[in-house]
Design a protein around this ligand. Structure first.
Ligand code: NAD
Length: 476
């Protein structure tokens, strides 16, 4: 038997079980087994959560920032203490390897620590005016936030949304994914156990669109924060528009990786090949389209395939496994369809391209090359363990390919020429650019996209400012 915890709604500090409510099953993606049952909030539960959020906002905005910071710091310490249990639940329900799940939990704690520091740096501005007059810029928490988080990072997605909001002085109602409820509940519990008033954060589950329509239909909610697909993000922005609620949208991407002849190719391969298969490729900033300069195409492709063939796939709970299953049954279906279509259109399947085993949602790490631009996988986010390696004539053509899609989340570039690095940083349309590096995420750096990848930021000082409104004060 696994140590998967029992599941509940968390409203006003009360753990509400499934009694008399609809519920959904939570499955282990490595085995297909049922782990638990997640209760769905009724309309009354959601109204209750809204009322608590209104009360919680009044309490929390009046709580001195240093007191909020102390609570958030303590919550981070609790996350560190509980890393084993949180990571185990995360791996069981989501599939990523246990070391990745532990790393995610610790990153969540680090982000809370950073947000606690930001609490103490919520400055305003005073302008120079003649004696007796005053002009000030003040920042105030926006109000109760409705947050909808995806299943790919069950802990970090929650910390990004809840942490930024509570640091700013907001209350929040969060709906984690119904597919990964336990790690999310455990994360919020750290904040409550650290002394955050119960009204400040409610956790609800349900049919996603029913919950978001209900919450966004209330004037109590002043901001909407979402991580997930561009399609759902556009839908939520339209719902938010009816009441002009502010929005932060962290949506899909289709990460281009530009690799030039003048780069350190071995280093690029060592960093980017494993990176493309982290969390089975279910990462919004995943490197997906490898845009390789013609003279090094074969060398890069062959080195990449060799490294991918060495990736050990299996149940994320087992030692030595480097890639777990996909998180749900939609994953392998989508990848299978996209890979088949890419090959029909003339792309070459270099390795992988098949499901593994007869239980769970495993799909082999897959490399495609020379895929034509009209293939679906060159245009829609695969969100799975697939990398595409194509050849291009030179810099101008490579930048054009990087910017071809409506997405603009993360982009990666490998070149040793400083002048070229600057040109790439300036010309690539993306919210985040990594040069000679595979990382685009750091607790003190804003995380977010442009174009169809969304708007607004999480992490960094921007993650807190995104939950604040500006007030200009003029005193005569
Ligand atoms: P999805 O957008 O349907 O769901 C993502 C999350 O949003 C889920 O947790 C779901 O519960 C929630 N959700 C769905 N509809 C909602 C609604 N109307 N209101 C509030 N919440 C809602 O995506 P999916 O089917 O899980 O995955 C499909 C695609 O979404 C992927 O292929 C990928 O492109 C994208 N995706 C992106 C991210 C990201 O980190 N940006 C995360 C997950 C999925």
């Amino acid at each position: 038997m696994s140590n998967y915890p029992s599941l509940h709604l968390l409203i006003g500090g009360k753990e509400i079980s499934g009694a008399g409510r609809k519920s959904g099953e939570v499955l282990n993606p490595a085995t297909g087994e049922v782990l638990g049952s997640v209760p769905h909030a009724t309309a009354e539960d959601l109204d209750d959560a809204l009322e608590h959020a209104a009360t919680g906002f009044a309490i929390w905005r009046a709580t001195p920032p240093e007191q909020r910071a102390a609570v958030i710091t303590k919550a981070a310490a609790l996350m560190r203490e509980r890393v084993g249990a949180i990571a185990e639940a995360l791996t069981l329900e989501q599939g990523k390897t246990l070391p990745e799940a532990k790393g995610e939990t610790i990153y969540g704690a680090m982000l809370l620590e950073f947000y606690a520091g930001e609490c103490k740096r919520l400055y305003g501005r005073t302008m120079v005016r003649p004696a007796g007059k005053r002009a000030e810029v003040r920042y105030e928490p926006v109000g109760p936030v409705a947050a909808f988080a995806a299943w790919n990072f069950p802990v970090i997605n929650i910390v990004r949304k809840v942490g930024g909001a509570v640091a700013a002085g907001c209350s929040v109602i969060v709906k984690p994914s119904e597919e990964t409820p336990a790690a999310a509940l455990a994360t919020v519990q750290c904040l409550l156990d650290a002394g955050m008033p119960a009204e400040v954060c409610q956790v609800v589950f349900g049919v996603p669109d029913d919950v978001s329509c209900h919450l966004l239909g209330s004037s109590i909610i002043r901001k909407v924060s979402f991580t997930g697909s561009t399609k759902v993000g556009k839908h939520l922005v339209k719902l938010a528009a009816d009441d002009l609620k502010r929005t932060t949208m962290e949506l899909g991407g289709h990460g281009p990786v530009l690799v030039f002849e003048d780069s350190d190719i071995e280093k690029a391969l060592d960093v980017m090949a494993p990176n493309a298969f982290r969390n089975a490729g279910q990462v919004c900033v995943s490197p997906t389209r490898f845009i390789v300069e013609e003279p090094i195409f074969e060398k890069f492709r062959d080195g990449f395939i060799e490294r991918v063939k060495g990736i050990k796939v299996g149940n994320g709970m087992e030692d030595g496994v480097q890639m777990g299953p996909m998180a749900n049954d939609r994953g392998p279906d989508q990848i299978e369809r996209m890979v088949t279509e890419a090959v029909e259109k003339g792309g070459k399947l270099e390795t992988g391209g098949e499901r593994i085993g007869n239980q769970g949602y495993f799909y082999a790490p897959t490399v495609l090359s020379e895929v034509p631009t009209d293939a679906e996988i060159m245009n829609e986010e695969p969100f799975g363990p697939v990398a595409i390696i194509n050849r291009y004539a030179g810099e101008a053509e490579m930048i054009e390919e990087a910017n071809r899609l409506p997405y603009g989340l993360a982009a990666y570039a490998w070149s040793s020429d400083p002048a070229r690095q600057e040109r790439l940083i300036a010309q690539i349309e993306a919210g985040m650019v990594a040069v000679n590096s595979g990382g685009v995420s750091a607790v003190d750096m804003p995380f977010g996209g442009v174009k169809w990848s969304g708007h607004g930021h999480e992490d960094g000082a921007e993650g807190v400012m995104a939950c604040m409104v500006t007030k200009s004060v003029h005193v005569g």
